[in-house]
Write a protein that binds this ligand. Sequence first.
Ligand SMILES: [Zn+2]
Length: 633
Amino acid sequence: MEKTFYITTPIYYVNASPHIGHAYTTIVADVLARYHRLQGYRTFFLTGTDEHGDKIAEAARKAGESPKAWADRVSAQFRDLWPKLSISNDGFIRTTDPDHVRTVQYILRKVHEAGDIYFSDYEGLYCVGCERFYMEKELVDGKCPQHLTVPEVRKESNYFFRMGKYQDWLIRHIQDHPDFIRPERYRNEALAFLREPLEDLCISRPKSRLTWGISLPFDDNYVTYVWFDALINYVTGIGYPDDEKFRTFWPAAQHLIAKDILKPHGIYWPTMLKAAGIEPYRNLNVHGYWNVDQSKMSKSLGNVVRPLELKDKYGLDPFRYFLLRDMVFGLDSSFSEEAFVQRINSDLANDLGNLESRVRTMAVKFCQGSVPEPERTAADRTLPEAAQKALAEMEAAFAELAMHKALAAIWEFINTVNRYIVTSEPWSLAKNPADKGRLMTVLYDLLEALRVIAVMISPFMPGTAGKILERIGVAEPAAQTFETIRSWGGLAPGSPFKRGDALFPRVEFKSEEKAAEQKDKKMEPLKPEISYEDFEKVDFRVARILSAEPVPKSSKLVKLRIDIGEERTIVAGIAKDYKPEDLPGKSIVVVANLKPTKLMGVESRGMLLATDAVEGLTLIGFDKPPKTGAKVR
Ligand SMILES: [Zn+2]
């Protein structure tokens, strides 16, 4: 039977632009999709955007746009981002797509006709931010636990889905299918919700207060509640009810979500499916949050970490590697640029990058430009055995969504290969013609190890995998699947090598202090150019300070009596840096033809020149005593 795999991300709500959380979920889905394709599964990978509801209507109104124009714009941001992250989705669904609208109405009609949707009055506490009514006991100090605002009392006639009817069925289903919701902590969380009586779900909004949604097929005065609409995307996206794709992929459906939307996916969605006569999905896979450490960031230093921008700074494959390597699936993790750079330097530049460059350098030097023929006698089993061990560990890790463990297993193999270079000493073998056969075997095995590594890393770092395969002479990199690395020796002797730069250049992490220091060193932007004639208009003169006194009620200003060949008064903002009694006798530079101005009631006829010192201000001075009143040229 054909193996199939269907992976979905949540459809992202278009009230915000893409951020690290969206990127992580989508990259994980991509890694899973690529992995299953390479394992020979017929795969479908769906993502998209969720576009209805009063939050979108509200955001559009504030922006002076129509909800559709708003949704088009933000949806495009997501659609445009995914190719930049090497996301290999097969479908991109929007809840405003006509086929989705049809499917939602089809399911609503079906559930309504089956008697699981009824009309009723409801009065309750409603949070606008959450778009839902709250039960008293769910509130914290009378406030919405998400928004910390007091919900308003609302009375409405609405349509309700008999969700409560399916409570016992759902509990049994979760108990009978231990990995229905995983990891286990979220399965337990869902079961905890279900220990309380499950209320019916209000699934409509009157058009009197919201028109931006899908009309109920049995009552045109209402639109569909945004969650009831959105969840259905997972079956619309593969052509429910009639498409062959639906029959092929639905039995293998895997949803991937962040933990904040466990309830709609773990409770609403399976009961909706049950009521619509559709089998439940296979697995709900729930991950934690990336905490971006705000305390180490400061806006004034201009070093706020926008994780998505770091992919441009350090490269896409390192970015994907870091996200998958540093988060244990299901738990929260913190994102730091420093940790990211450490991973690049140690795992990528040092372990993998150096291995690739050492092997290729030796191969080019000793093998005349192409993959050598190995001597099959007395073959050393170190690398073939380590490769199979890594592959088995990687597959076990993927089965439990422990992608960080899969990477650790690959890296253990990389380190084994690095050690093998040291113990097999190809450079010594090369000195003795009698060892030629042995040398060719060692080099063949090292190149074959690179092929195995490339296939294993390709779900995570498809670009890097392709580069490695090309460089070691693999003619069709795209044809390299997991099947091709189950036995040793798939690399064809005689294939020509290709040249290439370092896979991962080392990078330097600048701490925020360093970054600030460097920012200081940067020259301030220059003012627009002026002509010499313009410069000539300014009359700089040497002045001697005759006397100085503070300007009353000012902490900054000092009144100076100066001599520039004639006596005059100027006012200068140097009181914080110079005491009046220290000033008389000093020679300074002043702009003598500046239009007089009044400062704190004192007329100033000229301006002295000063600049930033290491601390505070310093007056522009001279290294020989100047002539008072002289022109400065
Ligand atoms: Zn709320």
